[in-house]
Write a protein that binds this ligand. Structure first.
Ligand SMILES: Nc1ncnc2c1ncn2[C@@H]1O[C@H](COP(=O)(O)OP(=O)(O)OP(=O)(O)O)[C@@H](O)[C@H]1O
Ligand SMILES: [Mg+2]
Length: 366
């Protein structure tokens, strides 16, 4: 406790001392330049005075010549050298500004001759890499926890609420069969209809939370089911092509399904489209899954969709995050009036495609 307060006191004193010092609004580059000029100026004047004193040369022009020439030469040489020497620092500043604007791939150039600047760039890159790794890990954990929670709520809704509603529907049916008054029969029939509607809505919510089909039957079945239920095929012409897919790792299946779900849901909500294409193909080698979701609707400007800070546009942001967690490449191509294309390329983990090609080979040879 006392050590802590001591530290705080030292920090406070340090700050107040710093505050008393005048702060010059000049960069390191300018400070070094001014310092060099001052040294040359001093040298030239003192040199001339000393020369005059010892050799009795009374020549003010000599001092002026020394000073002027020295300053000019020194400024030119210093300017050129420092500009070259400080170039990595300017590049570092540009890198920081790119990262601040959301470019997570930007890194400082480490090829400087100056060991100090080289170390600075390398440490900066290490720090950004470490931050990016922990950000990805945190994001992966949030997505996983969210998915587990959705599963739990979906199971509870299915096992309890939906079951209760289903038994209520059966009991009202029994009740109706025992009634003779036509007015009461009519009232119970209406009640039954309402229960049926609530059941359907409850099944939809449960499925949106976590399609059991994804766990039971895999990606292709879940995509077919989702598109058939989400897109009104009387209004929109749907071209749905999904290869017969093997079972992948659950995290991969979930991420791909959620990305398709968000893209299709956005197209239905905003695109005002006539035509929707959903293609999911696995490369013959089994090493890659390629997904395309394309609509011919109103389109939008993806760069104008603010993410994170504003809290809006969480769908597109979530798509990118999910793609990152499975090492996939996601591209959103859209512009006002030109529809929207979403391309997703998912690398299949090596052990999965190797396992399958081994099984295929055994099948051919056996
Ligand atoms: N296929 C599309 N056609 C036209 N506009 C789109 C399409 N997809 C997205 N947009 C535009 O991009 C915006 C951001 O989409 P995003 O999915 O990130 O957020 P949202 O759907 O508004 O909210 P959320 O998904 O978090 O519920 C949308 O509000 C919409 O204006
Ligand atoms: Mg959305």
């Amino acid at each position: 406790m006392s050590q802590r307060s001591g530290e705080r006191m030292r920090t406070t004193r340090g700050n107040s001392k710093e505050e008393r010092l005048p702060r010059l609004p000049v960069s390191i580059f300018e400070k070094v330049l001014i310092g060099n000029v001052a040294v040359v100026l001093f040298g030239a004047v003192v040199g001339t005075l000393v020369t005059r004193e010892f050799f009795r040369i009374q020549e003010a022009a000599l001092a002026f010549g020394f000073s002027f020439g020295g300053v000019l030469l020194s400024a030119a040489v210093n300017y050129t050298l420092l500009r070259i020497a400080f170039r990595p620092l300017y590049q570092l500043r540009d890198t920081i500004s790119k990262i601040t604007q959301g470019d997570r791939q930007a890194r400082a150039i480490e090829s400087s001759d100056d060991p100090l600047i080289h170390d600075l760039s390398a440490s900066f890159n290490q720090m950004v890499d470490a931050l990016e790794t922990s950000r990805r890990e945190a994001s992966r954990m949030i997505i996983e926890t969210q998915e587990q929670e959705r599963k739990r709520v979906a199971r509870e809704l299915h096992d309890e609420t939906t079951q209760d509603l289903a038994s209520l529907a059966i009991r009202t049916e029994l009740l109706r069969s025992k009634l003779h008054d036509p007015l009461l029969v009519q009232a119970v029939a209406e009640l039954q209809e309402e229960i049926e509607r609530t059941l359907t809505e409850m099944r939809r919510i449960t499925y949106d939370l976590r399609p059991s089909m994804l766990d039971d039957l895999g990606l292709a079945a879940a995509i077919h089911w989702y598109v058939q239920h989400r897109v009104d095929s009387e209004q929109v012409q749907v071209d749905l092509q999904v290869d017969e897919l093997p079972r992948y790792d659950s995290s991969l299946e979930t991420a791909v399904f959620r990305i398709i779900q968000e893209a299709v849901s956005n197209a239905v909500k905003y695109a005002q489209m006539h035509h929707l294409e959903i293609h999911v193909h696995e490369q013959p080698s089994g090493k890659q899954l390629q997904v395309l979701i394309s609509d011919d609707g109103v389109g939008f400007d993806p760069s104008s969709v603010r993410t994170e800070a504003s809290g809006r546009g969480l769908g597109l942001y979530g798509m990118r995050e999910r793609a990152e967690t499975i090492g996939a490449h996601l591209e959103i191509q859209s512009s006002p009036g030109n529809g929207t294309k979403i391309l997703l390329v998912v690398p299949i983990p090596q052990e999965q495609w190797e396992e399958r090609s081994d099984a295929d080979a055994r099948l051919v040879s056996g």
